[in-house]
Design a protein around this ligand. Structure first.
Ligand code: PEP
Ligand code: MN
Length: 274
């Protein structure tokens, strides 16, 4: 791959990116929370639950990129306030998606990490704007994008002066219809071969099916992912977005336990072999 001047890994140390107490590239980082922030008590309840289960970062969308203009679009500023409050109450740093160049600087005041969603991966103006801010950025892979296109988008952000980029494989569109997307797990070791940037997976959007999330979390960790991001809701059937793929608090707790065990095993294996 040519022209990945900042993203390419050759001769560079692997990047470590800190968000609150979590360090991507050092420990397995678990991001969790609802697809959308829906109310003050909804985000607070889930924040407390994911914190107790062992999550590192709280997620919640305030600006939602929805397929239909009539679907819930997010609470905007009010949602950011609720999210920040839940983050402060639990001590968790928060991540939220930014959709528009005009919103980057003020959204960054409410969140410790910014998310660029799959639909905006190649929104070059937006990439340049988050490249100018000093917040770490989670760059999701576009659903129709090659690794080269994705990594070039990380290059756009870094080229503006922000080196804090974490990549997220969230599934790509294939001919398969059983799953919402096809989680491309080979992207994890492939990205690590090419780049020094941390890479995590999103088994929630990557499968769209609750029953498949845990196995794909474990497979992600086995493949070398630096973290996972998961959607969790206090009452999934009532979620205002992505209700079919939201984990309950109990399901999330169970996943964290197994994932942490596997994380420990992977570390011991690495130490034993080195
Ligand atoms: C999300 O994380 O809420 C989201 C919209 O994800 P994606 O951009 O991967 O579809
Ligand atoms: Mn979602």
């Amino acid at each position: 791959m040519e022209n990945l001047k900042l993203v390419a890994g050759l001769g560079k140390e692997r990047s470590k990116i800190q968000v609150g107490n979590a360090v991507f590239g050092e420990n397995l980082v678990i991001i969790a929370g609802p697809c959308s922030v829906e109310s003050d008590d909804q985000i607070m309840e889930t924040a407390l639950a994911v914190k107790a289960a062992g999550a590192d970062i709280l997620r919640g969308g305030a600006f939602k990129p929805r397929t239909s203009p009539y679907a819930f679009q997010g609470l905007g500023l009010q949602g950011l306030k609720y999210l920040a409050k839940a983050g402060e109450a639990t001590g968790l740093p928060v991540i939220t998606e930014v959709l528009d160049t005009r919103d980057v600087s003020w959204v960054a005041e409410f969140a410790q990490m910014l998310q660029i969603g799959a639909r905006n991966m190649q929104n070059f103006s937006l990439l340049k704007e988050v490249g100018k801010c000093q917040r770490p950025v989670l760059l999701k892979r576009g659903m129709y994008s090659t690794l080269e296109e994705w990594l070039n988008c990380a290059e756009y952000i870094m080229n503006e002066g922000n080196p804090q980029v974490v990549l997220c494989e969230r599934g790509i569109r294939t001919f398969e219809t059983y799953t919402r997307n096809t989680l491309d797990l080979s992207a994890v070791p492939a990205v690590k071969e090419i780049s020094h940037l941390p890479v995590i997976t999103d088994p929630t959007h990557g499968t769209g099916k609750v029953s498949l999330i845990k196995p794909m979390c474990l497979a992600s960790v086995a493949a070398g992912a630096d973290g996972i991001t998961l959607e969790v809701h206090r009452n999934p059937p009532e979620a205002l977005s992505d209700k079919d793929q939201a984990l309950t608090h109990g399901e999330f707790d169970e996943i964290v336990k197994e994932v942490r065990l596997l994380e420990r095993y992977m570390k011991e294996k690495k130490d034993a072999l080195s």
